[in-house]
Design a protein around this ligand. Structure first.
Ligand SMILES: NC(=O)C1=CN([C@@H]2O[C@H](COP(=O)(O)OP(=O)(O)OC[C@H]3O[C@@H](n4cnc5c(N)ncnc54)[C@H](O)[C@@H]3O)[C@@H](O)[C@H]2O)C=CC1
Ligand SMILES: O=C(O)[C@H]1O[C@H](OP(=O)(O)OP(=O)(O)OC[C@H]2O[C@@H](n3ccc(=O)[nH]c3=O)[C@H](O)[C@@H]2O)[C@H](O)[C@@H](O)[C@@H]1O
Length: 440
């Protein structure tokens, strides 16, 4: 293909909207499709439906530039694009561990009948191993042009860094079944490949597994350090120093060894559970049985955080004014999917604490999910008259709080640092009772 292929992005959520806009920035013509009309209306108006640094500026730059448009019409997408990236959600099925693949299947079923010329469909959603071959069979059944092919290209971007991770990924994984598919998908990443990004070309099953293996490894690393935090709590050791010390070993590395409230979000928790479920279906449960423990360690940290507050309040939250700083699952995001912060705030609310939540970006998403909780309009508002403060998401605004200034706002100087980001010495010197996870 001498000129750049035209691209479509199907599903314009966190992944899809970022992918669509970033591919335009890389020089492609892109059409984005979603079944959510309200989302498409916002994107057409140049508004990103969620918080993600750098994305609003890029969307605004490109939405009027003639190379980016949005639609809800599959026929329009099929007519326009040579390469179709499928980026729809694969959430956990309610009440089960397995991933819900209905959105992926629906997207393929909606697109395929319109594909009447040669095209490459590229799965980007995170899926259990074996999904791609099923989708390939579906395309062969439903696409009028039998030269429509499939590739699988898992995505590794992090929310909060989504644009940079898309423009400059640390690797590309291309699951393909033919030379044509490889050549075509390479042309859809030409500037990224020319910039020197490592490319791993492989089969479908490996491509699918690379993604869940990577997220499982990251989740395991976090739960490993949180397990060490549990040991530190009984031995009087300090997990932050332990992490620093083991992290100096280049084979271990310091990244993803921040002990605290643990992992949440729309991916790590559901991906390890879906992996457990799929391994069960394949009869290899034992291979990933450790992931049950990774999940349990992670959940225990949330309960432990609630208990640390109880210690400071002599055993009861009833009637206590509680400032909960953070609702997002991590800073620089408004995503509250499986957020440890919101979970802890809700648990304290159930114990009759008067919780006041503040988050720089996630108040609206949190309110939509948990309308029964109280939300402050500013950090000061949340802290005002508090009997106890919980730092639950490590936004800069919270990390750099001054203990003396905060001390004048609260009723009692009691703080639980759920992310190990405050200096215990400084806070204790300012008269605070300070508790943290895995630190004396
Ligand atoms: N959010 C992230 O940082 C990353 C997500 N992923 C994976 O990407 C996938 C998407 O995740 P998110 O973007 O976070 O989910 P999301 O829920 O934000 O977005 C999914 C979008 O797909 C749309 N959709 C659902 N059914 C559709 C259909 N039949 N046709 C067209 N659009 C449809 C929804 O309306 C929604 O806008 C998941 O598999 C996830 O595991 C992978 C890497 C990073
Ligand atoms: O599949 C996905 O969607 C993405 O999932 C994660 O990205 P993300 O969920 O955006 O966030 P992370 O930065 O990985 O953080 C996940 C959670 O782990 C927690 N965490 C992270 C690091 C750490 O040391 N300790 C820790 O508790 C964070 O607070 C957060 O709740 C992966 O890092 C991405 O590579 C992947 O593409």
């Amino acid at each position: 293909m001498s000129e750049l292929p035209k691209l479509s992005v199907i599903g314009t959520g966190y992944l899809g909207a970022t992918h669509a806009v970033s591919m335009v920035e890389l020089g492609y013509e892109v059409i984005g499709l979603d079944v959510d009309q309200a989302k498409i209306d916002l994107l057409r108006a140049g508004k990103v439906p969620f918080f993600e640094p750098e994305l609003p500026e890029l969307l605004e730059k490109h939405v009027n530039g003639g190379r980016l448009r949005f639609t809800t019409d599959y026929a329009e997408v099929a007519e326009f694009a040579d390469v179709h990236f499928v980026c729809v959600g694969t959430p956990q099925r309610p009440g089960e561990l397995a991933a819900d693949l209905t959105y992926v299947e629906a997207a393929f079923r909606s697109l395929a009948p319109h594909l009447d010329r040669r095209a490459l469909v590229v799965g980007k959603s995170t899926v259990p191993a074996g999904t791609a071959v099923r989708m390939e069979a579906l395309l062969q059944d439903l696409a009028p042009n039998k030269e429509v092919e499939l590739a699988w290209n898992p995505e590794f971007l992090r929310e909060g860094f989504a644009v940079q991770d898309t423009l400059r990924p640390d690797r590309l994984v291309l699951g393909v079944h033919s030379d044509w598919a490889e050549k075509t998908i390479r042309s859809a990443f030409e500037p990224v490949i020319k910039a020197g990004t490592p490319v791993v070309v492989t089969d479908f099953a490996t491509a699918e597994l690379v993604k869940v293996a990577a997220n499982s490894f990251l989740a395991t690393k976090i739960s490993f350090i949180n397990a060490m935090a549990e040991i530190c709590e009984t031995t009087g050791a300090d997990v932050t120093q332990l992490a620093e010390a083991i992290g100096h070993d280049a084979r271990i590395g310091r990244k993803f060894l921040n002990a605290g409230l643990g992992f949440g979000g729309g991916c790590l928790p559901k991906d390890i559970r879906a992996f457990i479920a799929r391994a069960g279906e394949l009869g290899v449960d034992q291979a990933v049985s450790f992931l049950h423990e990774v999940d349990s360690i992670n959940q225990r940290r949330r309960a432990r955080t609630v208990d640390l507050g109880l210690d400071l309040l002599d055993g009861s939250y009833r009637g206590a004014k509680v400032a909960a700083l953070g609702a997002a699952f991590k800073p620089n995001s408004d995503d509250i999917r499986d957020s440890p912060a919101l979970d802890v705030a809700a648990a304290i609310g159930r114990r009759e604490g008067q919780v006041m939540i503040y988050d720089p970006q996630a108040i609206e998403t949190a309110r939509a999910k948990q309308p029964e909780l109280n939300y402050a309009t500013s950090l000061e508002d949340a802290l005002d008259g508090a009997d106890i403060v919980f730092l639950l998401t490590e936004w800069d605004e919270f990390k750099f709080m001054h203990p003396g200034v905060v001390g004048k706002l609260v009723a009692q100087r009691k703080i639980v640092d759920g992310r190990n980001v405050l200096d215990p010495v400084q806070w204790r010197q300012a008269g605070w009772q300070y508790r943290a996870l895995g630190r004396p």
